[in-house]
Design a protein around this ligand. Sequence first.
Ligand code: ADP
Length: 397
Amino acid sequence: MRAVVALNSGSSSIKFALFTLDEKDRPELSAGGKIEKIGIAPRLSIRTAKGETLHERDWEQGAALSHAELLEYLFFWAGEHLQGHQVIGIGHRVVHGGTEFAAPCLVDDAVLAELEALCPLAPLHQPHNLAAIRAVSALQPDLLQVACFDTAFHHDKPEIASRLALPRELHKRGIRRYGFHGLSYEYIVRKLTELDPALAQGRVIAAHLGNGASLCAMQAGKSIDTTMGFTALDGLMMGTRCGALDPGVVLHLQTQLGMSAAEVEDLLYKKSGLLGVSGISSDMRALSQARPPEADQAIALFARRAAREAGALITLLEGLDGIVFTAGIGENDADMRSRICRKLAWLGVEIDDSANSMNADVISSSQSRVKVRVIPTNEERMIALHTISTIRGKRDA
Ligand code: ADP
């Protein structure tokens, strides 16, 4: 039997999933899991599709363990687990595909070099995504690797949505709005098409609210605009990222407060958002259990900013048929969904509190003019699907 591996390698975690393929090349989850707290005390947990624990390991003294070393451990575990299977390839989440990469592609040295040049546009993610590709090449040079881009879903949005109000010359040099979380949005469109085909054809705001957070305005399943732009800093307030910010603040930090570019980058990517405003944590669950008023204010600002950005996108959509919440906060935090939806009540959004508190599939009331759904995202499955079709494309070529 054949198999594929999906890898999502981030700064402090590596998420992965192993899929076996049936006779029609449809992927079925065999095992999935993550290594968390990389750089502190890494912890690995792997579960079956039914949620049963297959393997766990803690490296309490493992602060010095690199991503490559942890990937090697995982690689050998996966080799044992998939014994008797032929692994046809491994798919990677790659955050930035720039202007060139509009679809998943096989990775070779030339592709890797082009992706490397995009690291400054996604400093928190891209270097880790590419390091995973290199680590796998070192372990098994012949294994086909496929890069799946978070920007690709937004590639065909209207040209005007890719424009920043800057001189045209800069647009030509790639300084434009790309948009991210595309693998998640693509999965949401597939799932929505299965669950609610009429709504999938309508005007929908998808809200990917996790540590990173963005909204996407979709019409008939296509991105027409999104809150993230040139980098994954723009738009909503996030766990540690600031979201949309007066660019004058950046100038002031550098010219008046004497901060270096590296210090500003660290501030905007790693010390802002929920963490910066609360002064307590970047984690929404931790904040909702915390008492101090700063935690409340951070939560309130997150909701306000999400509703504000939703309002802007709804105007571009010229109305709204549905909202889909996804990712850690979107899937689990009934209070946050309710705060955001209450601010959109004037549009006819009405939540059913009991369905919302149960994280039900549909959380809007029967009178609501806008249907509100919760759909758990699955970026790893999307990576697997892209990996299979890219490898088939090569085989059939
Ligand atoms: P990532 O962007 O790292 O994939 P996730 O999608 O896992 O992030 O989302 C992480 C966020 O989801 C954290 O802020 C976490 O607190 C929040 N979250 C997860 N479960 C819950 C929950 N039950 N209630 C509130 N927030 C939650």
